[in-house]
Design a protein around this ligand. Structure first.
Ligand code: ADP
Ligand code: MG
Length: 257
């Protein structure tokens, strides 16, 4: 479904991605792991054609993805229908007067006759059906994120890219979201710096390092054993420990259950 070939990117002199190669098959659930600033959001934006690659390219079903390629209206319409990106900051996506209009917006844009039914259905699926007539700006950060997710799902996309989707969620909602995402038929790429989320969600894990290269592409179990990669990717840290008079250092993840 997606081929990422020799992909590089920089904002001016600030390197964000270096020679990233990966391919993603339909139906895969992938976790994109990396510490702050390693390039996760940049990669998701390139995959959705919002940013132009600096070098290399991205193919979706064999067709090039880039802002230039998406200038063609027919190509863009189909791509936007099939591929959805949930922004880390949901404020960036919300602009309608009510939650109902927000979720129905995409289906209406695509002239789907059942836009209102889709809005009700997906609001119920993500647990915000009581908020359908509320103004999005009155919701909590977590509720906003769920509304944005419902808005994406209302288009029945093939591929969903989620940028730190649990950042604003409490533990119970996080657990719920992991189960929910696992049951979705869509191909998923979930960006996070949360290791425990990777173990719960991902069968396959891509790790971006602080040098902006891909450090690991494989199963989560083998990553767990690879302290070297985790340390290089700044996903674990060491700090002093005291046991009585004894002091020592060892690796810590804190969020790795
Ligand atoms: N619009 C931008 N202009 C300049 N630099 C940016 C911009 N967006 C992000 N960056 C920088 O690019 C690097 C990668 O950012 P990002 O992809 O957001 O990382 P991540 O999502 O993994 O935290 C960071 O150093 C960040 O400060
Ligand atoms: Mg980010």
């Amino acid at each position: 479904m997606i081929a990422i070939e020799k992909l590089s990117h920089a904002y001016g002199k600030r390197t964000t991605l270096v020679d990233v190669d990966a391919s993603i098959d339909a139906g895969e659930k992938i976790v994109l792991l990396g510490s702050n600033g390693c390039g996760k959001t940049t990669l998701l934006k390139i995959l959705t054609g919002l940013l132009e690659p600096g070098g290399g390219h991205v193919l979706y079903d064999g067709h090039q993805v880039s802002p230039a390629a998406l200038r063609d209206k027919t190509v863009r319409r189909r791509f936007r229908r099939e591929v959805g990106l949930l922004f880390q900051n949901p404020e960036a996506m919300l602009f309608n007067p009510t939650v109902r209009d927000e979720i129905a917006f995409g289906p209406r844009q695509h002239d789907l006759p059942d836009a209102d039914d889709r809005a009700r259905h997906w609001a119920a699926q993500v647990g915000v059906e009581d908020l359908l007539d509320h103004a999005p700006y009155t919701l909590s950060a977590g509720q906003k994120q769920l509304v944005c997710l419902a808005a994406l799902l209302a288009l029945s996309p093939r591929l969903l890219l989620l940028d730190e989707p649990t950042a604003a969620l409490d533990p119970r909602s996080t657990g719920w979201l992991v189960d929910f995402l696992q049951d979705l038929p869509q191909t998923l790429v979930v960006a996070t710096h949360n290791l425990s989320l990777a173990t719960e969600l991902g069968e396959r894990c891509l790790v971006l390092g602080e040098d902006h290269t891909l450090l690991h592409d494989g199963d989560v179990a083998s990553l767990r054993e690879d302290t070297e990669v985790l340390y290089r990717a700044n996903l674990v840290h060491t700090h002093r420990h005291r046991h009585g008079d004894q002091e020592h250092r060892h690796y810590h993840t804190h969020d790795w259950s």
